[in-house]
Design a protein around this ligand. Structure first.
Ligand code: RFL
Ligand code: PHB
Length: 392
């Protein structure tokens, strides 16, 4: 067995782990990343598309915003389609000029991986049987790679290993509380090299269920449909997808919609989930390892980024200023922001999706709520403020 030593062992090289690695590197704090998948697999995963302004600022601080500045699409508004009518939410006008940026998670991951390669930082890809040990006292991580066994002694472990990771699962049951809501539907998403139907995202509330018109660029579109959890991707030919999307759109968008062959198609279940606390001795959970939101509010990746902002500051304060304050406040600070994003994502999901169990009364109340929000400056401001992202 090879025994290595570092200050921070980061488990997982999704956006949370890679961003933490980059910020620690900038602060001169030694670390390694241990990832169970290959670099190719990690950089090909298609997920989020919307960055809050604070996430963009953080990527800039990390020195990885070059490509983002070149091809990211700043958006000042979104549209909500309900009752056959589109309503614009003027995100910038309602939030003193804030905006969101359309930039795929795939690109964020690639940029961070490239910066990591250029800096010559260590990542153990394709690690098997990753285990974390003794994180209340003298933490260490064990794993195998290419049949060789490793042990990494460290001072802290950052659990950035997503919802199915090993870090949260290693915490003793009596030290952790989880809160969960599972939704009775999923999102069927497709990616296609066709121009987007609109220059702004359209969130669609319709009697046939929710839909979302998003994009990755001016020539690549990302569309989603609410589907029953029992549906399989194989049941959804491209033709069936486009037909159903057209049914959920307004006549103008239906006419403008350009269809084409899908280059990716998948179904994601929707879930709200929070772990409390997010620190266990010398183990910190961050990103999807600690919390999940349904994608309706576009918050998952952004929450991973805000956790990492708190965590990188805490570790920098610890190593550079000899202060434990940030470490001690980490969990509380993260959870305060996490719960607000959980509420927003739950609310958007509830308002815009069709639930099989809802009564005619429930439907009328939801319609009235949406009509109120869209007809009131205060209502629209609430939505806009949350959508562009709350301050850290
Ligand atoms: P990730 O990206 O899941 O990365 C975790 C990494 O850990 C690795 N891993 C392990 N490594 C070592 N040992 C183990 N035992 C391990 N177990 C797992 C995994 O291989 C992986 O590389 O978590 P992270 O970094 O916290 O990032 C979170 C985001 O990926 C996630 O929140 C977003 O993708 C959510 N999300 C969206 N977020 C947004 O902010 N805006 C959006 O528009 C948005 N849209 C979406 C989304 C997620 C979606 N899906 C598929 C869930 C749209 C969709 C459809
Ligand atoms: C996406 O483009 O993948 C996307 C955009 C907005 C969301 C969710 C996903 O709310």
């Amino acid at each position: 067995m090879e025994v290595l030593n570092t200050k921070v062992a980061i488990i997982g090289s999704g956006p949370a782990g890679l961003l933490l690695g980059q910020l620690l590197y900038k602060a001169g704090i030694e670390h390694v990343i241990i990832e169970q998948r290959s670099a190719e697999y990690v950089s090909a995963r298609i997920r989020a598309g919307i960055l809050e302004q604070v996430s963009v600022d953080l990527l800039k601080q990390a020195g990885v915003d070059q490509h983002l500045k070149e091809i990211g699409l700043p958006h000042q508004g979104i549209k909500i389609l309900t009752g056959g009518e589109k309503h614009r939410i003027d995100l910038s006008g309602l939030t003193n000029g804030k905006q969101v940026t359309v930039y795929g998670q795939t690109e964020v991951t690639k940029d961070l991986m490239q910066a990591r390669n250029e800096a010559g930082l260590t990542t153990f890809y394709e690690s098997n049987d990753v285990k974390i040990h003794d994180f209340y006292e003298k933490p260490y991580v064990t794993f195998t790679q290419n049949g060789k066994q490793y042990r990494i002694d460290c001072e802290f472990i950052a659990g950035c290993d997503g919802y199915h990771g090993v870090c949260r699962a290693s915490v003793p049951q009596n030290q952790i509380k989880t809160f969960e809501k599972v939704y009775p539907f999923g999102w069927l998403g497709i990616l296609a090299d066709v121009p987007p139907v609109s220059d702004e995202l359209i969130y669609v509330q319709s009697e046939r269920g929710f839909a979302l018109c998003s994009m990755r660029s001016n020539t690549r579109s990302r569309y989603y449909l609410q589907v029953p959890l029992t549906d399989q991707v194989a049941e959804w030919s491209d033709e069936r997808f486009w037909e159903e999307l057209k049914h959920r759109l307004d006549p103008e968008s239906r006419k403008k919609l350009v269809t084409g062959a899908s280059i990716e198609k998948s179904i994601a279940p929707l879930r709200s989930f929070v772990t409390e606390p997010m620190r266990f001795g010398k183990l910190f959970l961050a990103g999807d390892a600690a919390h999940i939101v349904p994608p309706t509010g576009a918050k998952g990746l952004n929450l991973a980024a805000s956790d990492i902002a708190y965590l990188s500051n805490a570790l920098t304060e610890f190593y550079l200023n000899n202060s434990e304050q940030g470490i001690n406040e980490y969990s509380e600070k993260c959870l305060k922001r996490v719960w607000k994003a959980e509420r927003f994502s739950w609310w958007m999901t509830h308002l815009l999706h069709r639930f099989e169990t809802e009564s005619d009364f429930d439907i009328k109340i939801k319609k009235a709520e949406l009509a109120y929000i869209l007809g009131s400056e205060a209502g629209k401001t609430t939505l806009a403020e949350n959508y562009v992202g709350l301050a850290y």
